[in-house]
Design a protein around this ligand. Structure first.
Ligand code: HEC
Length: 170
């Protein structure tokens, strides 16, 4: 097929203008995803050491999941390696997956209310961060031995009353 030179020229100019515009939109979505995972608390559980180190974990280590178990009446769960699980998902699959009911302490009921736009931004961020780390251990049924370090996530009754003198000082 022979195209007039002017058409070819227009196509080249359009392509040149279009590519950076798209790259810019993707960068903005990645930046928004980075912001969302920070402020909505995903790192708190899905990044090893994030809470004890007050968030001072290099970004390259973010969202690789954790081998620290959460033990409770439902057994033991582990925050998944989000960077690995997202790899074979389309954005649509990710959104459905992210909104599905999970075991404690995953706040799935909050994630279920996240907008398509916000979930897409987190998806873009995870894809941008790329696969890293190893899959988190498999969840353990109640009553089974626990081969990893774990936090016991069970409400406790009050263990006593505050002495009057200590309370009065406050
Ligand atoms: C309080 C800890 C905690 C926080 C905060 C948290 N998660 Fe989780 N998340 C978990 C745990 C534990 C699991 C595993 C639950 C299970 O086994 O049913 C999980 C599972 C998931 C899954 C399912 C993964 C799989 O293996 O299929 C997704 C997706 C997910 N979390 C995304 C997020 C995102 C996005 C955020 C931030 C908005 C977030 N989580 C915040 C603890 C947490």
């Amino acid at each position: 097929m022979k195209l007039p030179t002017s058409t070819l020229f227009a196509a080249i100019v359009l392509a040149a203008v279009h590519v950076p515009a798209q790259a810019g939109a993707n960068d903005r979505e990645v930046a928004r995803g980075r912001y969302l995972v920070q402020v909505s608390g995903c790192n708190d559980c899905h990044t090893d050491g994030y809470m004890p180190r007050s968030g001072k974990v290099p970004e390259a280590e973010w969202l690789q999941g954790s081998g620290m178990g959460f033990a409770g009446p439902c057994g033991v769960t582990y925050a998944s390696n989000l960077r690995l699980i997202v790899q074979d998902m389309s954005a649509e699959t990710w959104r459905a997956h992210a909104r599905a009911e999970r075991r404690p302490p995953m706040p799935w009921f909050n994630l279920a209310r996240m907008s398509d736009g916000d979930l897409n931004a987190i998806y873009r961020y995870l894809k941008h961060a790329g696969p890293a780390g190893v899959p988190a251990p498999t969840a353990i049924a109640p009553g089974q031995p626990i081969p990893t370090a774990h936090i016991v996530f069970v409400p406790q009754p009050p263990s006593g009353t505050v002495p009057v003198t200590a309370a009065a000082k406050e």
